[in-house]
Write a protein that binds this ligand. Structure first.
Ligand code: DND
Ligand code: ATP
Ligand code: MG
Length: 246
């Protein structure tokens, strides 16, 4: 894994330099994937890397975790609260659709959640533009394969360094990089609604997806969920550049 970390840091440096940009930026949620990317970009660009913490109706605990992450790698950071922006945008949309009796309460939660991810993307690109930095994505192999991300939200990035690494490998990498244990061991969550965890929403676990990706046998029910998610989300991939498989 040490070797993979070195290769990834080098790959990120090449991508940024090759694009004629000055450094790299990532949204830091307090979760493990963005923690690993924050550490990697800090290694690649010690003087020109940036984390952005963007609460959006988020649990305050996430912000504390995000601060732990930026401290653990000593990366520069900004905090930009998007709660009010989201409220204004979403309620304008809701009131117009409701006025025409076309507001769909059942799909609203996902629309609300995806809007948070897209506001974060918009913010990251605006900040990246200010510094001349590249926007680095955090998707791992399990999320990439299942399409478990918001198109043009957290999926709207310039490079996706972790797409060949399973969630288990990301955990291994995190420990080596010095990501705090509390971040490594907490349940993966998109933080898109209260008490959301990825595994409850997906109906399968990262361990199952990791096994599937490694070609190991898993229960038929889990296999069906993974294959259904994969097939439905083909349109979300092939957007961002990815590194070769090491
Ligand atoms: N076949 C097709 N060809 C081209 N485009 C197609 C399409 N099918 C849908 N679409 C388009 O894609 C849209 C649906 O995709 P999208 O907007 O992404 O939305 P969708 O896949 O429905 O939802 C995003 C999922 O990712 C999860 N997520 C999001 C963000 C972060 C994380 C995390 O782990 O942190 C997880 C979230 O909880 C949810 O389960 C449709 O509204 C439509 O516009
Ligand atoms: N509050 C936030 N502030 C900044 N960026 C965020 C925030 N919430 C989500 N993001 C961005 O969206 C990405 C996708 O979220 P996701 O939950 O998949 O990753 P994670 O939180 O880093 O790890 P985990 O999957 O273990 O929760 C994050 O990695 C991060 O870049
Ligand atoms: Mg998360």
């Amino acid at each position: 894994m040490e070797d993979n970390i070195t290769k990834l840091v080098e790959w990120i440096r090449e991508q940024v330099n090759g694009a004629g940009l000055k450094g790299a930026i990532v949204g830091v949620s307090g979760g493990i994937d963005s923690a690993v990317i924050a550490h990697l970009i800090k290694r690649a660009f010690p003087e020109s890397s940036l984390g952005v913490i963007m609460p959006c109706k988020s649990n305050p605990k996430d912000r504390e975790d995000a601060l732990r992450v930026v401290e653990s790698c000593n990366i520069d950071y900004h905090t930009i609260d998007l709660t009010e922006t989201h409220q204004i945008l979403f309620s304008a949309m809701e009131s117009e659709l409701a006025r025409k009796k076309e507001w769909n309460e059942e799909t609203a939660r996902l629309g609300d959640a995806n809007t948070r991810a897209r506001l974060r993307m918009t913010t990251l690109y605006a900040v990246a533009n200010n510094y001349g930095y590249m926007v680095v994505g955090t998707d791992n192999a399990a999320e990439w394969h299942t399409g478990y991300f918001t198109k043009y939200g957290d999926g709207g990035v310039d490079i996706v360094p972790l797409v060949h690494f399973t969630k288990g490998e990301v955990r291994e990498m995190a420990k080596i990089l010095g990501v705090p244990d509390s971040i490594v061991s907490k349940a993966p969550s998109a933080g898109l609604w209260e008490n959301q965890t990825d595994e409850i929403e997906m109906g399968t676990t990262y361990d199952m997806i990791d096994k599937y990706l490694k070609g190991e046998e898993i229960p038929k029910k889990d296999q069906e969920i993974i294959e259904r998610m994969h097939n439905r989300t083909e349109h979300k991939r092939n957007i961002a550049a990815s590194p070769p498989k090491f």
